[in-house]
Design a binder for this molecule. Structure first.
Ligand code: IPD
Ligand code: CA
Ligand code: CA
Length: 266
């Protein structure tokens, strides 16, 4: 698998940030966190990881814009290119010592995502994709799952929680999906959920109220693994609407129909 110079820069940044997160995760697991408490320690880990990624990426391409979760967007002098970064996706898992979190880095060119990297430091799984070049897990080429009927499928989702999302609307969606599928999973890292769809581990995934950095790299991974991705209205404006739904061609279509099924009247 030949990686472009740009993808290599992204991979190096993700691995370096992942190393820093792994060290801090070890401390969280051992509860050796500062007196300020684990929440504060985790935000420090998050900021540190974003700074590492920012420095690595801007060293390689100083003119590109940078949109990362942990700081104000930096508009680059090169109006065509922008990095979209979540230094730690799955913060709640990280805080609770659950080894399911990731670094997510995407490159946008003229509003199209052209490269994406998602790295889970806890499992050493590195997902990469370049537009037109396929999607990979470490060195293995990825393909979305080929199941054709929802009743065979494991579907990932996001679950709203205290202060987040539309609880009533989600319960209606869940009620409809749970009656049709073999299993539902909530992993807590949207980037990894999308990587799992690309890897054929999940047959599909849907979530709403996400941010661009949760999805950008994962969208390309799913597409490059042969999957279909849209927002919940079947448009392709996931980064602005914050909603996403995906799977192979058949499962994407079926899942859209079920998730969007109207609220029952009785
Ligand atoms: C969160 C994760 C989670 C999703 C949330 C996101 P964070 O990102 O992706 O799976 O359900 O909506 O905010 O806060 O851990 O970077
Ligand atoms: Ca996130
Ligand atoms: Ca984050």
């Amino acid at each position: 698998m030949a990686r472009s110079a740009l993808l290599n820069v992204m991979v190096q940044a993700a691995l370096k940030a992942g190393k820093s997160l792994s060290r801090d995760f070890g401390e969280v697991q051992n509860l050796q966190v500062s007196v300020k408490g684990p929440g504060d320690f985790v935000s420090q880990a998050d900021f540190k990881a974003q700074k590492i990624i920012h420095d690595e990426l801007l060293k390689a391409r100083p003119t590109y814009g940078f949109l990362g979760e942990e700081a104000e967007e930096i508009k680059g002098t090169d109006g065509a290119h922008r990095w979209i970064v979540d230094p730690l996706d799955g913060t709640t898992n990280f805080l609770h010592g659950i080894p399911m979190f990731s670094v997510s880095i995407a490159l946008e060119r003229n509003s199209e995502i052209v490269a994406g990297v998602i790295f889970n430091p806890a499992t050493d799984e590195l997902y990469t994709a370049e537009r037109g070049g396929g999607a990979f897990l470490n060195d293995r080429r990825l393909r979305v799952a080929s199941r054709r009927v929802l009743s065979d499928c494991v579907i990932g989702c996001g679950v709203p929680h205290l202060g987040r999302g539309n609880h009533g609307k989600f319960l209606v969606e869940l009620r409809h999906v749970m009656g049709e599928v073999a299993g539902i999973r909530r992993m807590g890292s949207a980037a990894l959920d999308l990587a799992y769809v690309a890897a054929g581990r999940f047959d599909g995934f849907w979530e709403t109220a996400l941010s661009p950095w949760d999805m950008a790299a994962g969208i390309l991974l799913v597409r490059e693994a042969g999957g279909f991705v849209s927002d919940l209205d079947s448009g392709t404006d996931m980064l602005s609407t914050g909603s996403i739904i995906c799977g192979n061609e058949h499962i994407h279509k079926a899942l859209v129909e079920v998730v969007k099924r109207p609220v029952p009247t009785k």
